[in-house]
Write a protein that binds this ligand. Structure first.
Ligand SMILES: Nc1nc2c(ncn2[C@@H]2O[C@H](COP(=O)(O)OP(=O)(O)OP(=O)(O)O)[C@@H](O)[C@H]2O)c(=O)[nH]1
Ligand SMILES: [Mg+2]
Length: 200
């Protein structure tokens, strides 16, 4: 009995990794979490009211009726050894005070960008540069169009060379997965390069 038990491979629980999905108002953060999550995502959507007109600008997406007021939450298993926990931030600037809490303990972040409204994206880029959390800029190809090429986005947002800028489709699971893998790759590289060398 004992010898049979000892030959069984030890199945360790997956390593939990927290990733923040951030960005300006209405850029597709909730859509991103919903597209990839293995579980029904937890959302905190509230109806947008007439009072928000002129303050919250959804751009050309006049069909937008709700907005995130606290957070999005979802999870996805990358493989048996790694499980991502995704925390989406609210996009409205007045909820910016929540970003510290949502980012605590995160390994990396994905800043979702609508290239037709780049102005809305500066606060998220600034925030992650200031707190030093590895992040990528993921330009959401609304309706298959980027609105601006990636070099233009990098230049306009003054994105540093070591920060990846990628295109993705927030509604497409595979596309979101590929973008998240870039976040993981970046976070891993950062962790390895910041590790102090072993003493002989
Ligand atoms: N056509 C198209 N519409 C999209 C895409 N991503 C999101 N949308 C739509 O754009 C609107 C905004 O998407 P959300 O995912 O709610 O954006 P958000 O960033 O979570 O918004 P806030 O939480 O309010 O800041 C919704 O109506 C989505 O259906 C996309 O890739 N293509
Ligand atoms: Mg949202």
């Amino acid at each position: 009995m004992d010898s049979a038990r000892s030959t069984e491979p030890v199945r360790r629980p997956p390593v939990p990794v927290k990733i923040v999905i951030a960005g300006g108002f209405g850029v597709g953060k909730t859509t991103t979490v919903g597209a990839i999550s293995d579980i029904p995502p937890l959302t905190t959507e509230a109806e947008m009211t007439a009072e928000s007109v002129g303050i919250d600008n959804p751009g050309q997406r006049t069909e937008k009726r709700t907005t995130t007021v606290a957070m999005d939450f979802g999870s996805v298993s990358i493989d048996h050894s790694l499980k991502l926990y995704l925390f989406g931030t609210p996009g409205q600037e007045r909820f910016g005070y929540m970003w510290d809490d949502l980012s605590r303990g995160a390994l990396g972040a994905m800043v979702v960008v609508d290239a037709s409204r780049l102005d809305d994206c500066y606060p998220a880029v600034d925030y992650f540069e200031q707190v030093g959390l590895p992040f990528i800029v993921a330009v959401n190809a609304f309706d298959g169009r980027l609105g601006a090429d990636l070099d233009t986005v990098r230049w306009a947002l003054a994105i540093q060379d070591h920060t990846p800028v990628v295109a993705f489709d927030a509604r497409n699971r595979t596309s979101v997965r590929d973008a998240l893998l870039v976040v993981l790759d970046l976070a891993l590289h950062r962790a390895v390069s910041h590790r102090s060398p072993l003493r002989a």
